[in-house]
Design a protein around this ligand. Sequence first.
Ligand SMILES: [Zn+2]
Ligand SMILES: [Zn+2]
Length: 424
Amino acid sequence: MDLSHLFAYFRQGQLYVRKEIHNMLGGQEQGGISTPRSAPCVFLFRKERASGYVEDDGWQLDGFYHFTGEGQSFDMEMTRGNKAVRDHRRAGKVLMLFESVKNEAGVYRFQGFMNCVDYYHKDIDALGNVRRIYVFRLAPIETYSTSHLLSQSKIATHFLDLRSLALEANAPLAVSKFGHYLGPASDSLHLNYEENQRNEYHQRVLTLTKYVIQRANGFCECCGYPAPFYCENQNPYLEIHYLHGVGDYGIDKPSNLIALCPTCHRKAHAGKDKRNISAHLDAAAANVENALDKGILKLVTAAIIIDDTQRILAAQRKTGDLAGYWEFPGGQVKPGETLEQCLTREIYEELSLEITDVTPFMMVDYDYGTFFMRLYSFLCKARGTPVLREHAQIEWLEREDLRSLDWVPADVTIAEGLCNDFNL
Ligand SMILES: [Zn+2]
Ligand SMILES: [Zn+2]
């Protein structure tokens, strides 16, 4: 059973018989943490005794579900079940949280799919014994992305302003006040502290999500095509995917997150070639982040100008390393510009043409070695007569002739994309 089956079968709030879960998926039938060998999950069972829950686990004011590790006497150790919980993401497993139901032996209510955010220790257990206790802080996995709800800027370089904050979001969270406490949180000071900490966590998740959504500038970072639709709030709809986790919720570094169209996102989770897709996504996110680290990322726009007879404008470069090669005209985005503003400016500067009817077509990443190009191409029409200010010559191409020219490397993918669209 893979993750998509688990997501389909287990519904939050529904009742399950523990024995049946193990019959189906394996795992130890006793204890609070059960680690089935071949299923992509770790089970957490919180069991109520006659006298109530032994440890005061559950949802706390910091916004996390607190779950006490295993080991009922002596100091707890970070082995077996405890280790499985702490390291579940690295092992590619998801946590599945169940709570026992009063007066129904062996029946549990499924609380949801969770990620372990961090853990802390206490020096005394709920029965008053002095011993080391590990407590894990869990956050629910999002089963769908809410990233489209965030306000998005159309300024193409906006993500550069967000990046340093996004990088910081990966630092360890403030040490929990829950460690070493000797009673329930009741005083208001404590409450404020925990409120702040909850905010800190959610703020960081938001910062990171916002950054990655902005980095994509409305294009899927996997297939390169634009977001399939716009939301009510005018944002292009893209989803955030976590590359090395099993869920879409948590704090990570920017190279472990990628913005995807819903089709690519589902493919990454449930497609038959999801291994290859994962490798492709890994490289895609790492390439752009590495380029940013080195300061060699160039954001560039390109216009696919189509005339009334459906011919496409190609322009031949006059100078530079790629002189003689053909390209879709355009140029580098300046700070504070939207992609469309950049395109309008560049096409006017280079060809004296005024572009209209601009529609996003495809984003292409290309590593030129000395710099890394993220190229956003747009279909458009143009008014005016072209004047060659930078190019050697231009040509109006019939669709069938798209493959006949020597394109600059980054534009080859765009030409191929056009041929695909025209069924050529
Ligand atoms: Zn896609
Ligand atoms: Zn995902």
